[in-house]
Write a protein that binds this ligand. Structure first.
Ligand code: ZN
Length: 300
């Protein structure tokens, strides 16, 4: 990974490259922008460059700091994430007590607080003093998609960088080149909301929906064991409430030309009812697939 592999926000990237090479780095930043547009990736690349011991800051640097960074065990680099739903005061206390210890490998020490709006108010207040007077070697990067939840007292102590959403054309090219989309329609592009993170979610959903379409096609041609083993997507408890209506819609559309599929709609409804009654999850899906398979076999 390097800056040039990260799509969008070229002005911010250029600015960060410049300050990391001149050494003119602020001690606290607030990265603001939509979820999933690469704020954390850019923050990490920036951190790597700042910590690098090589003055030239080459692309494929082999210095001790860059090696540690690539090995994900840099002793002077920390990312703080939510624990449970929030970033707790204990996490910030630990950070503020450790941050004063001098760096070990690099000349500086960098802390990223990801989704910093998840800090409780107590945690934010606890951070204030360190933000006011950080040790001279320390850099703190706060990242948020919900700037309104960050206390003004925090904001006023950071240099704010506002990230732009990725342009539609950039996102379209990225989705085709890097995410394996065959084509990206306007509707699909809208659903990305200018975010690579959302594009990834959409890609996963599309893959899953295509698996469901395959299951329906296979019901007429494959044996039941093959169908069950290929229907992993339906054994996903978390998403079954989204997948069953889709399965039902696919089956219904199929039934317009192949009447033997008509009974399957009923089988899906039955499965849904059993699930609502808290019957064994896997058994409900097994039964549904078997019943669908049988009724199609009967109809052919
Ligand atoms: Zn280096």
């Amino acid at each position: 990974m390097s800056f040039k592999d990260i799509v969008g926000n070229s002005e911010i990237k250029e600015y960060l490259i410049k300050v990391s090479t001149t050494g003119n780095v602020s001690q606290s930043y607030l990265f603001v922008g939509t979820e999933g547009i690469g704020k954390l990736l850019i923050a990490k690349e920036f951190a790597k460059k700042v910590l690098c011991l090589n003055k030239e800051k080459e692309q494929a640097c082999e210095c001790k700091s860059c090696k540690c960074f690539e090995g994900l065990n840099h002793p002077d680099f920390y990312v703080i994430n939510e624990e449970g739903d929030t970033i707790k005061i204990e996490q910030i206390r630990e950070m503020t007590s450790k941050i004063i210890e001098p760096p070990i490998v690099a000349n500086r020490k960098i802390y990223i607080i990801n989704d910093c709006d998840k800090m409780t108010v107590e945690a934010q207040n606890c951070l204030l003093k360190t933000l006011e007077e950080p040790p001279e070697f320390a850099i703190i990067i706060l990242i948020t998609a919900r700037e309104n939840l960050v206390l003004n007292t925090i904001k006023s102590r950071c240099m704010m960088l506002k990230f732009k959403n990725i342009s539609k054309e950039e996102l379209k090219q990225y989705a085709i080149r890097n995410l394996g989309f065959e084509q990206v329609t306007e509707d699909l592009l809208e659903s990305f909301h200018g975010s690579i993170g959302q594009a990834l979610v959409q890609k996963q959903i599309q893959d899953e929906l295509s698996q469901i379409r395959h299951i329906v096609d296979d019901l007429a041609t494959e044996d039941i064991t093959t169908i069950m083993s290929e229907a992993k997507v339906l054994y996903d408890k978390e998403n079954i409430d989204d997948f069953l209506p889709y399965l039902s819609a696919v089956v219904f559309r199929k039934a317009l030309n192949h009447r033997e599929y008509l009974d399957c709609v009923e089988k899906i409804k039955n499965c849904n009812m059993r699930l609502k009654r808290n019957c064994n999850f896997d058994m409900c899906i097994d039964t549904m697939l078997l019943e669908m398979w049988e009724s199609i076999r009967k109809g052919i």
